[in-house]
Ligand binder design. Structure first.
Ligand SMILES: C[S@@+](CC[C@H](N)C(=O)[O-])C[C@H]1O[C@@H](n2cnc3c(N)ncnc32)[C@H](O)[C@@H]1O
Length: 252
């Protein structure tokens, strides 16, 4: 199983084996909310694959890894962890950067920030500086994996409309209901739109989401499996621990 180049809040590192085992037969694999892509990087390639995320910089990163991995590795080869460098990268004007430069900036700020959010320089009183900027010989494998994959940067509704067929399988890992977001609005309204779309697809779907009484109501009638997951995202003790998550499918 490959490891993604970045981490993302809500990433499916701990659940990916279970999710992969639950996938139905399909010809076209679509990941609507890609993030770090733990499931995609863990599974065997499908005949046709689409990865999608609304985050423009995130999708640009995967496109650049796909086409220009050696140049990204070269630009990061002598880079190191530092608060001043982090601030410099963070405040670069995207308008003046090439797509490769933007990918390098994104990789640096995500890997060197607290919880991979790209906002605040990540440091610790009990650990070492993040070593994860050294991508030499790492990105090649990911580039090879991405070679035959479409990378889209659209709202999930448009991707469902474009790619839904009887042989399609949608893996959906939307932002959790009533928890931290990703810079764009994803509230009850968007969750209901997603549910209504999934209700009417020709293909199959598997959705992962936090266990919430409203979520259970929305997906009443679908197959709902409860799983326990360990989280360790926050500095605070209260943001670590075991949480219940739901895996919802429209197939047995
Ligand atoms: C829970 S994360 C996905 C984590 C991913 N499964 C992983 O393993 O890293 C949710 C993702 O949905 C994306 N997102 C939020 N709103 C979206 C929308 N309307 N359409 C598509 N993607 C969206 C966010 O940018 C974020 O990367």
């Amino acid at each position: 199983m490959l490891k993604p180049p970045i981490c993302r809040v809500g990433g499916k590192s701990r659940l990916r084996k279970t999710i992969i085992e639950m996938m139905p037969d399909h010809k076209c694999y679509i990941e609507l909310f890609f993030g770090a892509g733990w499931v995609y990087f863990g599974k065997q390639p499908s005949k046709t694959e689409i990865i999608n995320d609304i985050d423009k910089e995130l999708i640009n990163l995967y496109k650049m890894i796909k086409y220009h991995a050696p140049e990204i590795e070269r630009q990061l080869e002598f880079e190191f962890s530092g608060r001043d460098i982090f601030e410099e990268y963070k405040h670069l004007n995207l308008e003046y950067l090439t797509e490769i430069n933007r990918a390098v900036r994104f990789l640096y700020t995500i890997t060197q920030s607290f919880a991979g959010k790209g906002c605040v320089y990540g440091y610790s009183t009990v650990g070492k500086p993040s070593q994860h900027i050294f991508y030499k010989n790492v990105l090649d494998e990911l580039s090879e994996r991405l070679k035959n994959t479409y990378a889209e940067n659209l709202d999930f509704t448009r991707i469902i409309d474009k790619y839904d067929r009887e042989y399609s399988f949608f893996f959906c890992d939307p932002p959790y209901f009533e928890t931290c977001g990703y810079g764009n609005k994803f509230e009850e309204e968007e969750h209901i739109i997603l549910r209504d779309k999934l209700k009417n697809i020709k293909g199959k779907f598997l959705l992962t989401i936090n266990d919430h009484v409203k979520v259970r109501e929305w997906y009443n009638g679908f197959n709902i499996k409860e799983v326990q997951v360990n989280y360790s995202v926050g500095k605070e003790k209260k943001s670590r621990g075991k949480y219940k998550e739901l895996i919802i499918t429209n197939y047995d």
